[in-house]
Design a protein around this ligand. Structure first.
Ligand code: AMP
Ligand code: MG
Length: 361
């Protein structure tokens, strides 16, 4: 493919001509990266087989990993989904436009390429004026996975998209930083009970409150190597990963800081470039080649916003080993820990254990 064009715009003042041009590119089978409130998406026409194939090729994404179809009006859902349960409308009323994806039975209008061969389709209406205008201009149905090279952290800035996909797509729309910073919550509505397939900004409690019934969680996505594949095919792949080896250290604050200091010091003494992910409160205790501060200890929304940019920063500084504090907490904290664990390949060290082991030897 030839050159990738780059254009900036703002949500407050949408450049109609630019959006019309971007919509035309998608209608004609091309690819446009665009901002959403979760992360940047790589958009193609969801109803054209060839567009979905192009998306997989540009990202290097396995073709059994289905794409989320983005719409801009509730009325449009009937073309791509059937047997829509009342729960879908309840959730749409409460959370759309917003960071929630629903899995529903697909219609014949959606090609198998878009859904990775599944008989279901993932649907979302994003909360970003640029995204909504683009979807409308593109004909109403935009397949858009995160606009990163497969396996890398999702892009939260247009610059990240440029790093990964320059020369592979037609246009990048720069609308500034993604305000949530983690991918949407995915909820499956095709079974008897709703089930969360991927945690996100919309939590289990928020879903249960709206639906007035229990919502299950696909525990398989949290496992190291589940015997059965998780229901969202994408959750089985190594994801969100920096190039360096990331280890999460858990335990009491004192044990965690002591352990990270010691591990980082050992690596740096051996001449290996080392990084640390920590909170504002503990920053003062650390020395490393690069340190990323996620925000205040209990500000999980700040951690969500900053995590992917931080992981990319370690790559740009060629950091070989990264030690991270863990960021448990309510709300979006579950999603932050889910992505951090995946980025670390589930490498998690209990700070106490290391200390005890050392004292015994
Ligand atoms: P991304 O758009 O890059 O955030 O990835 C989309 C995620 O949605 C992946 O984890 C997919 O496996 C998941 N997904 C998309 N469609 C379906 C579907 N029909 N059933 C289950 N998971 C899906
Ligand atoms: Mg993705």
């Amino acid at each position: 493919m030839a050159e990738t064009r780059f254009a900036s715009l703002t949500e407050a003042c949408i450049n109609e001509k630019l959006i019309e041009k971007a919509g035309q590119i998608i209608r004609e089978g091309g690819l446009v990266a665009f901002p959403t409130e979760t992360v940047y998406g790589l958009g193609g026409d969801a109803l054209q087989r060839a567009s979905s194939r192009k998306i997989y090729a540009a990202k290097g994404r396995p073709s059994d990993n289905p794409l989320i179809v983005h719409i801009c009006r509730w009325e449009d859902i009937g073309k791509i989904a059937k047997k829509i349960p009342p729960e879908a409308e309840m959730l749409a009323k409460a959370f759309w436009p917003g960071p929630l994806t629903m899995i529903l039975e697909k219609t014949d209008a959606v090609p198998a390429e878009t859904t990775g061969g599944l008989s279901t389709v993932a649907v979302r209406m994003p909360r970003n004026e640029i995204a909504l205008a683009l979807i409308k201009a593109a004909g109403g149905y935009v397949a858009a996975p995160s606009a990163n090279t497969s396996g890398k952290p999702s892009p939260t800035l247009a610059e990240h998209v440029r790093e990964d996909l320059s020369g592979r797509i037609d246009l990048i729309l720069d609308g500034g930083a993604a305000c949530i910073g983690l991918e949407s919550t995915i909820v499956d509505l095709t079974e008897d009970r709703p089930m969360i397939l991927r945690p996100g900004y919309i939590t289990r409690e928020m879903l249960q409150q709206v639906l007035g019934c229990p919502v299950d969680v696909d525990r398989l996505f949290t496992g190291r190597e589940p015997e059965q594949a998780p229901k969202a095919p994408g959750m089985k792949y190594r994801h969100y990963a920096p190039e360096g080896e990331l280890t999460i250290v858990s335990g009491s604050e004192q044990d965690v800081t002591d352990t990270i200091c010691r591990l980082a010091e050992e690596k740096m003494r051996a001449g290996v470039r080392t990084g640390i992910i920590c909170s504002k409160e503990t920053r003062q205790f650390y020395h490393a080649d690069h340190i990323e501060v996620m925000g205040a200890r209990d500000d999980t929304e700040a951690a969500a916003r900053q995590l992917y940019a931080a992981l990319r920063c370690f790559d740009s500084k060629e950091i070989a080993y990264i030690y991270s504090e863990s960021f448990p907490g309510a709300g979006v904290g579950t999603a932050v820990m889910n992505r951090l664990l995946k980025a670390a390949g589930h490498r998690i060290l209990a700070a106490d254990n290391i200390k005890n082991r050392r004292e015994n030897t």
